[in-house]
Design a protein around this ligand. Sequence first.
Ligand SMILES: [Zn+2]
Length: 229
Amino acid sequence: MTRRVLAAFLLAVTLVASCGTLTGAPPDRAQPGGAASGGRTPCDGVGDDFPGDVKLARCLTEWFWSRRFQESGETYRPITRFVAYRGSGGPDCGGQPAVPENAFYCPYGHFIAYDAAWLEAMYDRMGDGAVYVVIPHELGHAVQAQLVEDFRFNVERELQADCYAGASLSGLIRVGALSAEQGDEEELLTNIRAAGDPTDVWWAPDAHGSPELRQQYFAHGYNEGVGTC
Ligand SMILES: [Zn+2]
């Protein structure tokens, strides 16, 4: 663990007291099929390396949403593509080129793309919580697209996607589809904080919310569930 990561880690722990606190244990070394608690999922593989975690985070999160939609008498529409790219070699979205060091949901074609080198670097630096924050967040946008929700500001859309990400993770843990290890809680909060905007220009069209707000919405979804997002 480098000093920089340690600093971010301590910052996250400090903020937990005043901001969002996770009341359950989040995922790590995910084991689909939930050997411990018997949760059955259609997802194969075990998340014990970067490609495994990426695949599992997508599969489990979509499984969570398909069940959630089903409970409401609706049908979840899975994303059509899950594209790994490197640097500036990503797919464009409605004429907008993909940018390096990013992950995004594209409503034109209903797909998700991510810079694999960037995500893997975060995974190596900050733990697998990186994958379990970024992918459920982007899938949160795929869900929003199906619910046809309207937002006045982009930041509202982003914070709801954070809330959805927290809610889908805790939902998966509750049914035993994901298991958790000690230290994961801080890891998730560190990752969500690190993704906050450097300045609080919340009305900007690309605003995602301050580190504190992002952490708060993620924790809210995690603790209170999808219905409160
Ligand atoms: Zn987003």
